[in-house]
Design a binder for this molecule. Sequence first.
Ligand code: SF4
Length: 347
Amino acid sequence: MTGGLRHDWSRAEILALFDLPFPELLHRAASVHRQHFDPAEVQVSTLLSVKTGGCPEDCAYCPQAQRYQTGVDATKLMSTDAVVEKAKQAKAAGASRFCMGAAWRSPADRDIPKVAAMIREVKALGLETCATLGMLSDTQAKSLREAGLDYYNHNLDTAPEFYGEIIHTREYQDRLDTLSHVRDAGMKTCCGGIVGMGETRSQRAGLLQALANLPAHPDSVPINRLVKVEGTPLAGSDEIDPFEFVRMIAVARLLMPRSMVRLSAGRESMSDELQALCFAAGANSIFYGEKLLTTGNPDTERDMALFARLGLRPMQVVEAPNTVHADIVDAAPAASMGCGTGCGCAA
Ligand code: SF4
């Protein structure tokens, strides 16, 4: 059964989907996509890095980890005024949601009031709010919710059994705990991972299994393709087969039929044809415009030209109670949250 919401997927079931003939897998994913979404609409998301670099964590893919020599200069937390100015620009450009990312292991309690002020002021502009700040305690999650935070991004990154190859400074369970705090505080979750880090197909299936078997499917599921940044331990990783990436998208769609499946980091290096295949396989969200944290993102012009060639249009998202994801109304680019590089915090 692939059209309903399940939370009990076995690894064998998921691998059986990966193993389907490519056209059959795309057909099934596209069919499920149509049951829940207009396949001609793609959510468009933007992200502002409010505090870049200098992170104490050791995520092997991340240019913001201070221990790697990647040329990323650490910045301080932006002022609320500067963030609000960016949010106004995003709104003027058609955004309905605004995501703020900070490269922290977790926010210090003294930072919460500063971030809460940003959230309140961005919210007062009439925008939905999203943040990605690293691990959150239950009290921090509640404080952010009280300030008006709608969404929180925190990724699982990869399968539980491969996680120790990539990150040593926090546990998988820490990530699950933060997601639990976010859900308990009443916020929506954005949670996905990264492929192309040297993992096996079974481990890619394991990531999707972990995501789909969460108590609630993430509202957004960013699937990042590793951006190999010089200076990080994964700089020399082998490229993932593009068809395998499309399979990942298709299986994510089948397992989490009502979630936004988002093409995130790594899209810049994808051909138009590969992106088109991803949309056909059920991807219905992209990052757009602003730099995706410290990695690039395709020009908005290229995106809009591709949308025109494919007959796609940006969707606008509005809050609606009792829905797994926000309802969709017509037209206008909707900026949204999201994680960019696939980090559990600021990406
Ligand atoms: S992915 Fe996030 S937590 Fe990991 S090093 Fe980068 S900024 Fe820090």
